[in-house]
Design a protein around this ligand. Sequence first.
Ligand SMILES: Cc1cc2nc3c(=O)[nH]c(=O)nc-3n(C[C@H](O)[C@H](O)[C@H](O)COP(=O)(O)O)c2cc1C
Length: 395
Amino acid sequence: MNNWKSGRKILLGITGGIAAYKIPALVRLIKKSNCEVEIILTDFAKNFVAPMTLETLAGRRVWTNENFDFSIPHIKLNDWAEIFVIAPCTANTLAKIAHGVADNLLTSAAIAAHCPILIFPAMNENMFDNPATQENLKILSARGVHVVQPSEGDLACGVCGRGRMPESNEVMLEIFRTLSPFHDLAGKKVLVTTGPTHEYLDPVRYISNPSTGKMGVAMARAAWYRGADVKIISGPVEINSYGFEVVHVKSACEMLDAVKENLSWADYIVKAAAVGDYRVKNFSSQKIKREGKDELTIELAQNPDIAAEVGKLKRDNQILIGFAAETQSLNDNAHAKLERKNLDFILANDVSAPDSGFASDTNTLKLIPRDLNEKEKIYSGLKEDIAYEVWSDVV
Ligand SMILES: Cc1cc2nc3c(=O)[nH]c(=O)nc-3n(C[C@H](O)[C@H](O)[C@H](O)COP(=O)(O)O)c2cc1C
C-alpha cells in the first residue's frame, strides 16, 4: 500500500504566540509519523518555547535569526521543504507575510516559499477580529495560502472566544490534507455512516455489535484528505471527528431518518455502519426485572435496510458505496448485495479473517464495481491507507 504520509519534508515556522507551548507535542507527532522537520523560530517565539526542547525532539538544530547569514537558509530550507507550516502564526507575522515584509528569517522564508504554505493563526479574539487581521487573512487566502481558522474555546488571555490553535494531532491532519497527492474530491460532498447501532430492550439494555467505526472513519478521513466536505452519521461510538460534521444516532431507525435527511446533500454515500438487522419488537419502558423469570424471550422485528432504501432513492449522479461484512461465501453474498441494493460499488469484507474486520486497525477488502467494465480489486493494510486507495479507484 502506497504510504504517501511517510517521509514528507515539513518546514515548521513558530512565532511568538502563547500557543507555541503546543509545538513540542507537534514535533513529536511529526517524527512519529516518519516525517522530517526543520524548524524556524522568531525571536519572540523563543520566549514561549525553548529552542533546546525543540532540538531534542527534532533531533537537529533549529533555525533562528542568529543563523540568518551567508548560508541563505531562507532559500535552502525552501528548496528542501514540501510544505511550510506556520504554527502558531501571530497577527504580526501574518500581517508581514500578507504585505511582503521579510525582516527576519521566518518571514523571509515565507516570502521565498515555493511549496504550499499552511498557517494556523492563533491569538486573542479581539486581535483576530481586528479588521486589519481579517483583511490580511483574506489577502493570504486569495493568494492560495492555506489558512486554518482558529476554533472557539478557552484562550490563554483568560476569556473564551475564537482564536485557539487546533491540537497537535489536528494540526497533523491539516498538514496531511495539504500534502495529499490527490485533491480530486474538492468541492464534493461525502456522506458516511459508521459505527454500530444500539437496539434497546429497555431503558438500560441494548443489542449491538463490536463495530468501532474505524473503517467508516478511515473512508471519511481519506475523502477529507482528498478535499471533500464530509458528514458522518455515527452510531454510538467515539470517533476522531476533526474536520467532519457529525450527526449522532443510536438505532437503525434513527440512522435511516438521518441518512434520508442528508441524502440530497451528498455526491457520494458510503454505508460503512454495522447496522443491526433486527430491533426489539416490544420495547419495555421500564427496566425488565429478573425476579420471577427463569427465562426471557425477546421477540425481534426486522430493521429497515438503509442501503437498499438509499439505492431506491438516490439520483443517477450520486454514487453509493456499500460494505458486505460476511463470515462465509464472501463473493456470492457481496455480488448479491450489490444487485439487490442498487449499489455502485461494494467493499467485500471477510470479518472472520485474522487482522480484519471489527476493531482492527488493518483490513482486507475487495472492491466490486457494479459496472462490469471496471475491474475488481483487493486491498490489504491499514484501514486509512486502504480507504485512500479505494477513493483512487472510485473517483
Ligand atoms: C505573553 C504574550 C502572549 C502573546 N500571545 C500572542 C498570541 O497568542 N498571538 C499573537 O498574535 N500575538 C501574541 N502576542 C504578541 C506577539 O508576541 C507580538 O506581536 C510579537 O511582536 C510577535 O512577534 P513574531 O510574530 O515575530 O513572533 C503575545 C505577547 C505576549 C507578551
